[in-house]
Each structure stands twice: as structure tokens, then as C-alpha cells.
Design a protein around this ligand. Structure first.
Ligand code: OOG
Ligand code: NI
Length: 467
């Protein structure tokens, strides 16, 4: 029987989730429609340039989802499900401190790792786990009730987990199993219909709306699904023109004339959705919740550790200037643009020469035909400047903690409560790897390895020992 590959399973999973989510949150369909329009226009205006950070086919199909789970056991099971689609944990994000508001979670993202798998379908899911032990958010009684509630539910059934394990082990499934696997996995992220315990939900919501969305409801659900656009500023304007109000500003780097780096994101606020609530007197009545929202993103080149350090300093500088500039009506984006112009090189080539961003390096035609000079050059800079090697940007495939914290705000109506006098629970990439039962990859190490592999191949093609 034919085997359905991990990439084909992943693409089908992303499609089914989109179908499900579009039915549940119709504004998502508008977002996708406007994203398509923007991408078509950018491709028409820029031609091949538009595809420098991924083919139009890849970008058009590209989505990320977000889910939230309640315990180490649930996170470890989610990891098994995603592994069945060739999606592995990459990056560690601690959102407890990344914002002034109450977001009591630590997160990772499940995504393909190899360049060719990413090119086939880059579907990724930002996955957050509630930290019930964190005393800044939960007192001992709430912690105990949360753990009891979460331990009693089953997010992922035995059949789903078995199929996922088989798929991961064999690198795909036969057609019948593949259909069943995608069906069960999609259903696991569908919105629940059971009534929500009113008092418990709102007890949690007072502490944190994110905690209520995780520990106050019977199952997990896809929280948002994010298309990728090639021009997020154009998308923002077109959505507003259609009467959909976006959050105040675009998160991440500002709009400027230099290269796109990392990730820019924006979202529209969660819409009120009806749910059934069970009240203390036993009655079940409808009420409304605001949980799910729409998000969109534009991706740029991945930064090296040195580039990321510069980025973090530019963000801090923007904050510092904003503290004084805000008084005269200047916006964050305007201040950031000024900081960017002062600090960040305005071309990709310079980003490469200064070791600030990751690239793969193609040996140019001129070099192959011996026309370019620099035969005895050995430094990367000389090879780039003499036209022997041409840098191609490596797209940033991950997330930004500060933007993620900003995106979480899309469904928070107030800040919740956090008692900073209390002690938090320490988490880092190693500890979360132990929870998942497999190592979480470091994104920077993945980009560095990809860049190094291309440099090794280029050195070989040019007959150099190394570059
Ligand atoms: C996740 C928020 C983070 C992003 O794109 O940064 C995120 C959530 O709301 O569960 O999805
Ligand atoms: Ni997101």
C-alpha cells in the first residue's frame, strides 16, 4: 500500500484545521482572503524578489497554529501527536515575565526542522503549558483544584497516540491509517460543546484569562491559525478598510526601507462567542467568552546570536526613547524606525558581512566560469565582495517572546493578578525538554548548521579547504 509521507500528512492536517477553524471563526476566512490578495499583489509587483524568503506556493499555504495545554502529561502527549506529522519542539519561550499581564505559561513550537521538510510544508504550532505550580499566580488551593481538573480529562485518546507513534517511527502511514490519524488529530483541537463550570471558569479568569482558557474548560482547542503575508502593512490597512479592527500596532520590527528581519505580527481582538455555562444551582445557560482571535505575520531573515543581541538592544533603546517621546505624540513604530536606521545595516549584504544574519551561500555563475576574481580569497567577506558567493537569506521560522506576550493580550480584557512577592517556578529549555521527553532544539543552532552546510559545499565547489 502507498505510504503517505510526514510532509503530506502535515499539509493535510493544516488544511483540515483551517477548514475547522474557518467554520468556527468566520473572520479567519476574511483574513485568509485578504492575505491572498496581498500576496498576489506583491508577487505581481516584485516578481522573483517576492520569493526570496520562500516560494509563493509555500507562503500561500503557510500557517501557524496555537494551542494551550494544562500539564506536563498533556504537553508530552501533544509532542507525540506532532511528531507523527514530522513536527519537533524548537525554542523555549517563558511568557510569565515577558509581559506586565498575567500569562502563566511556558511555551515551545512544534515544527519541521530540515530545510527540505520546511520547504514542503512549514506548518508549526506554538504550544503553551500552564505552570500550575507558580505561586505568583496560583495559591495552593487553586493549584490543587487545577491539577485535579486537568488530570481528570483526556485530550488525546489512545488510538490517536498509537497512530502518531507509528507514523513517527515509520516516517508516514498507509492511506487508511493516514486518514484516521488526520481525522482524530483534527478532532482533538475542535471546540468542545460540553458546558463550562461557570464559577470555576471565572475564578480562574480573575487570575488570568489564559489560565481560564486552559484549566477552566474540558479540552484544548486551536486558539488561532495564522496566515503569512508578504506585506503586513498593506494587510493591516486592507483589514481596517473592511471594518475589522486590528490591535493597535504591528508587533516586532518596524516598517522601514532596509531588510526584513525576524518576524512582524498583528491580530484582531477575540470576538464574543456563545458557550453553555453550568451554574452553582445546576442550571445550564448560555453566556459569552472571548478567546479566539485572528493573527497574521510577515517573516524576515533569521538573526545570528550577534544580530539578535543587537535587535534586543534596539528594542530596549526604543522603549527608553519612547518613555520621553510618547509625550509629544510619537508612536512606537516611528521611534523604532529611527533606532533601526541608526543601528541596523540597510542591505542584506551588509548583514551578511557583519555576521548579523544567517544566509546560505550560492556559488555564482560568474565564479563557476572563472570570471569573478578572488581565486585566492579565503574570507567570507572577500568572497561576497568579489561576487564569488551570493548570500540568500535564511527565513526566520520561530517566534518572539515579547510579540507572543503581546499576541496573548488579544484575548485578555484585563491584566489579571500576579503577586510578584511570591516565588515563581524555574523553567528553562532543559527542564521543558525533560517534560516533553525529547530534546527541544535551539533555533539559532539549527540556522547556524544550515549556513555552515552551505559554506562547506561552497568551499568544496571552489576547491578551498574552508571558508
Ligand atoms: C499563543 C500566542 C503566541 C505567536 O504567534 O506569537 C503566538 C497563544 O495565544 O496561545 O501564537
Ligand atoms: Ni500566533
Amino acid at each position: 500500500m502507498d505510504t503517505v509521507s510526514l510532509a503530506a500528512l502535515r499539509a493535510e492536517f493544516a488544511l483540515r484545521l483551517a477548514e475547522l477553524y474557518g467554520n468556527e471563526v468566520p473572520a479567519y476566512n476574511t483574513l485568509v482572503e485578504v492575505s491572498r490578495e496581498v500576496n498576489t499583489d506583491v508577487a505581481a509587483a516584485q516578481g522573483v524578489r517576492a520569493e526570496r524568503l520562500g516560494s509563493i506556493d509555500r507562503v500561500t499555504a503557510e500557517r501557524h497554529g496555537a494551542i494551550r495545554v494544562g500539564s506536563p502529561r498533556e504537553l508530552a502527549q501533544a509532542a507525540r501527536v506532532f511528531a507523527g506529522f514530522g513536527m519537533h519542539p524548537v525554542g523555549f519561550y517563558d511568557l510569565r515575565d515577558a509581559s506586565k499581564s498575567s500569562v502563566p505559561v511556558v511555551s515551545t513550537a512544534f515544527r519541521p526542522i530540515d530545510a527540505d521538510e520546511l520547504a514542503k510544508n512549514p506548518f508549526r504550532v506554538f504550544t503553551s503549558m500552564l505552570v500550575t505550580t507558580d505561586r505568583r499566580f496560583f495559591d495552593a488551593d487553586t493549584q490543587a483544584r487545577l491539577e485535579e481538573f486537568i488530570d481528570a480529562r483526556t485530550l488525546f485518546g489512545a488510538e490517536l497516540l498509537e497512530l502518531a507513534d507509528r507514523s513517527a517511527e515509520r516516517g508516514g502511514l498507509d492511506t487508511l491509517d493516514a486518514e484516521r490519524f488526520v481525522e482524530l488529530a483534527t478532532a482533538a483541537f475542535e471546540l468542545f460543546t460540553e458546558p463550562v463550570d461557570h464559577d470555576w471558569y471565572f475564578h480562574l479568569e480573575e487570575i488570568s484569562a489564559v489560565a481560564a482558557d486552559i484549566g477552566g474548560v474540558p479540552s484544548t482547542h486551536i486558539n488561532h491559525l495564522t496566515p503569512r503575508v508578504l506585506d503586513i502593512d498593506a494587510l493591516y490597512e486592507r483589514m481596517e478598510a473592511r471594518g475589522i479592527t486590528m490591535i493597535d500596532e504591528i508587533q516586532g520590527p518596524p516598517d522601514w526601507e532596509g531588510p526584513d528581519v525576524l518576524l512582524r505580527q498583528t491580530s484582531f481582538k477575540a470576538l464574543a462567542e456563545e458557550r453553555q455555562f453550568r451554574h452553582a444551582d445546576g442550571s445550564v445557560r448560555p453566556g459569552s467568552l472571548r478567546v479566539r482571535f485572528g493573527e497574521v505575520e510577515q517573516r524576515g531573515v533569521a538573526l545570528t546570536a550577534k544580530g539578535r543581541d543587537l535587535y534586543d538592544r534596539m528594542v530596549a533603546e526604543t522603549d527608553a526613547r519612547l518613555a520621553t517621546a510618547a509625550a509629544n505624540g510619537t508612536t512606537r513604530v516611528e521611534v523604532a524606525r529611527e533606532v533601526w536606521r541608526e543601528n541596523l545595516p540597510s542591505t542584506e549584504c551588509e548583514l551578511a558581512l557583519r555576521g548579523l544574519a544567517f544566509f546560505t551561500y550560492a556559488v555564482t555563475r560568474a565564479a563557476r566560469f572563472g570570471e569573478a576574481h578572488g581565486g585566492d580569497s579565503t574570507t567570507l567577506g572577500e568572497l561576497i565582495e568579489s561576487g564569488v558567493l551570493h548570500p540568500e537569506p535564511i527565513v526566520y521560522e520561530d517566534f518572539l517572546p515579547r510579540s507572543a506576550a503581546g499576541i496573548f493580550q488579544s484575548n485578555l480584557t484585563d491584566e489579571g493578578t500576579r503577586d510578584d512577592e511570591e516565588l515563581g517556578t524555574a523553567y528553562d529549555i532543559e527542564k521543558l525538554s525533560q517534560v516533553i521527553g525529547r530534546p527541544i532544539a535551539d533555533p539559532t543552532a539549527l540556522y547556524a548548521a544550515q549556513q555552515q552546510a552551505s559554506l562547506t559545499a561552497a568551499a568544496q565547489a571552489l576547491g578551498l579547504r574552508s571558508i
